[in-house]
Write a protein that binds this ligand. Structure first.
Ligand SMILES: Cc1ncc(COP(=O)(O)O)c(C=O)c1O
Length: 373
């Protein structure tokens, strides 16, 4: 099996806790445990009283039931709880991709599944989100990428890094083409719930017998440290994934499972989404104001979801070189477009505390002046 490092995660893993300002994160600044308990109206004592033994390895019934409730027709057997949506994506790629399989992938995207598909020997067929189409895919490219012999179609919706949600037309076309090819669809929906507009992005769940949804608490819920994700899929497929999970992480931590069940109760989830969207809306205003004061340096489409802005910049500097200047000289971490295979773009995360965002952006402005044109 070949191995290529996951460039963006390597960059973040190495630096995110060593910089003063982290603009590489795509979610909002995280909640604290006591904030979650307060929003849920729950006492700390039952959590502190938990026996720290091995958990139910596919997730407690309470947690799986809470997740299943958001996916019409899903039961406990349709849900596997994972360590982040990253583990759910990994297990699916491991289960579904054999060398030579055709895998159609929306790009740019969170490059985990792209890297895994290549590592498992797939023949990767990208279909691109087009800047000139407001980051929607071209329908003809979808048709070309998803064709006879395609085993798996991977979408990230809402998308990272563009923040764009797929149009109904694009969703319908992807589902129709995958159906015609007899392909599985893996729909990573981890930004669902983090919409600026407040309108929940429609899930692909239920659109065919072969839809697999991954999601988790890291972005829309502001709880990445719980490391809770999930996969919702046909029961037989979930059983296969669970057997593979015995080889990866065995199960979630007991405390995370319990806190996740609190977060997913409908009333609490609603309050958490409100918190996330409030941060995104007010920080977006800060970012837009800053961009408009940058003399046309940036062109961008406002994100539909996520605390990320994928901006094209005018300077001729290489994006990785620019990100390195920012990190080394200004103590700020951003994601260079190079890490999505697209130079001359940067992904700016704006989910941090408001006063930090203003200070961080002032440093980004300095770096752009430094690299100049
Ligand atoms: C689209 C997407 N999927 C999955 C992940 C992994 O997130 P986690 O494992 O924390 O749920 C990320 C993280 O940035 C992401 O952007």
């Amino acid at each position: 099996m070949s191995f290529e490092p996951f460039a963006m995660e390597r960059w973040q893993s190495t630096w995110e806790h060593r910089v003063r300002f982290n603009l590489s994160e795509s979610g909002v600044h995280p909640m604290r445990a006591h904030e979650l308990l307060a929003l849920a109206g729950a006492a700390a004592e039952p959590i502190l009283d938990l026996a720290l033994g091995y958990p139910q390895s596919n997730g407690s019934e309470r947690l799986r039931a809470a997740i299943a409730a958001y996916y019409p027709g899903a039961t406990l057997d349709h849900v596997l709880v994972t360590n982040g949506s990253a583990e759910a994506n990994y297990l699916n790629c491991w289960r579904l991709i054999e060398p030579g399989d055709g895998v159609a992938i929306m790009l740019p995207s969170y490059m985990q599944t792209w890297g895994l598909a290549r590592a498992f020997g797939a023949e990767v067929r990208p279909f691109r989100l087009r800047e000139e189409n407001g980051w929607q895919p071209d329908l003809a490219e979808i048709d070309a990428a998803i064709a006879a012999g395609t085993r798996l179609v991977i979408v990230t919706n809402p998308n990272n890094p563009t923040g764009a949600a797929l149009s109904a037309e694009a969703r319908n076309r992807i589902v129709a083409r995958a159906d015609a090819a007899g392909a599985w669809i893996l729909s990573d929906e981890v930004y669902q719930g983090a919409e600026r507009t407040g309108v929940l992005t429609p899930s692909l769940w239920g659109r065919s017998e072969h839809v697999i949804v991954t999601n988790g608490l890291s972005k829309a819920y502001g709880l990445p440290g719980l490391r809770i994700g999930w996969c919702v899929a046909p029961a037989a497929h979930v059983a296969d994934l669970w057997a593979r999970k015995d080889y990866t992480t065995i199960g979630p931590t007991v405390m995370s499972d319990a806190l996740a069940a609190l977060a997913l109760a409908p009333a609490t989830r609603g309050k958490i989404f409100e918190r996330t969207r409030a941060i995104i809306r007010s920080n977006w205003n800060v970012l837009e104001r800053w961009m408009s004061g940058m003399d046309g340096e940036f062109t961008y489409r406002p994100p539909d979801a996520g605390a990320i802005c994928y901006a094209r910049y005018r300077s001729t500097a290489n994006s990785s070189a620019l990100a390195e200047v920012l990190r080394r000289d200004h103590d700020v971490l951003i994601v260079p477009g190079d890490q999505f295979g697209m130079d001359r773009f940067v992904r700016l995360g704006f989910g941090l505390a408001a006063q930090d965002l203003e200070a961080a952006l002032a440093r980004v402005a300095l770096a752009f002046r430094q690299v100049g044109d």
